[in-house]
Design a protein around this ligand. Structure first.
Ligand SMILES: Nc1ncnc2c1ncn2[C@@H]1O[C@H](COP(=O)(O)OP(=O)(O)OP(=O)(O)O)[C@@H](O)[C@H]1O
Length: 283
């Protein structure tokens, strides 16, 4: 659907992208994870045709005139207009259908209330993101690119945006989302690319990538800190919570012995940081 092949870009300050290759597929959500300044926005701008790479190419097989919809950096909105008026204006600028039914469908699709008539300057960050996505969807793109869409959102806002992104993927849109936060991408993406200093340093199906790297888990359960079976692996323990490192043994085996000992595990949450993913698997 979209292939970026060996994209490189330098500014006077130095190389920002170094032979970056990614591919996006219909119905799949891909994540681009990297620290601030890693090159995410530059890559997105190249994918959208806003800047040209020094080297490499972007190929995509869409037949549409405007195959890519994007929200890069903050959604650019007219803050004195309301959501409907913003959408109508962008639809007219982009020569997309601007009739009331079509526009209201977009607002409903992204979960914005139709009865909200006040200017978007009053909107929460989450609502602005949703409106930005509605604008990006105006030309029914095959590919949707969202740059740091979770920044500035509270946990409820993050959860509902993840839901929206998943719903859009079910409509066969290929989606690329960037973030410097693991948790959001872990929850939303089928495939992850990790970028550092302009290079893709790690990539793979999200679960495969994480399973290969995760060895630290936080378990909760009543008096679980007393379980003898966990003692060889404990990094940190407090009442009803234990953090274990099971580098040399599958966590499922450890959990089975804990259950056999008579302790109930209420949750088992993997701990992984961006730093761990920046070290390539084959390093
Ligand atoms: N137009 C430009 N001219 C010169 N340097 C630039 C330009 N745009 C970006 N850079 C530099 O390129 C590097 C990568 O920037 P980029 O915005 O792509 O990173 P990012 O991963 O999106 O970071 P952030 O999350 O902070 O936006 C940074 O060092 C930045 O200062």
């Amino acid at each position: 659907m979209l292939n970026a092949i060996k994209l490189s870009k330098s500014y006077k300050s130095g190389k920002v992208l170094d032979a970056v290759s990614i591919s996006l597929e219909p119905g799949k959500i891909s994540g681009l994870l990297g620290r601030n300044g890693a090159g995410k926005t530059t890559l997105f701008k190249i994918l959208c045709g806003l800047i040209t790479p020094d080297d490499g190419a972007v190929q995509q097989d869409s037949k549409k005139a405007k195959p890519i919809g994007a929200v890069i950096e903050e959604p650019g909105l007219y803050t004195y207009l309301n959501a409907y008026e913003n959408l109508k204006l962008f639809a007219q600028i982009q020569a997309a259908p601007a009739d009331r039914t079509s526009l209201e469908n977009y607002l409903t699709q992204v979960g914005l209330p139709l009865d909200r008539k006040d200017p978007v300057r009053n909107f929460s960050m989450g609502m602005k993101q949703r409106l930005g996505i509605a604008i990006a969807l105006l030309n029914a793109p095959d590919i949707l690119i969202l740059d740091e869409p979770f920044s500035g959102l509270d946990p409820t806002g993050v959860a509902s945006l993840i839901q929206l992104i998943k719903t859009l993927a079910q409509q066969n849109i290929a989606i690329l989302v960037s973030s410097h936060l693991m948790a959001e991408l872990q929850k939303s993406c089928d495939y992850l690319y990790v970028i550092d200093q302009g290079k893709i340093v790690n990539e793979g199906p999200t679960q495969t990538l994480l399973n290969a790297l995760i060895s630290v888990y936080t378990l909760t359960g009543t008096a679980i800190e007393k379980a003898q079976s966990l003692q060889p692996y404990v990094l940190h323990a407090e009442t009803n919570t234990v953090t274990i490192n099971c580098e040399h043994i599958p966590v499922s085996v450890v959990l089975r012995s804990t259950l056999e000992e008579g302790f109930e595990v209420h949750s088992c949450v993997p701990n992984i940081s961006l730093e761990q993913l920046i070290i390539p698997l084959n390093a």
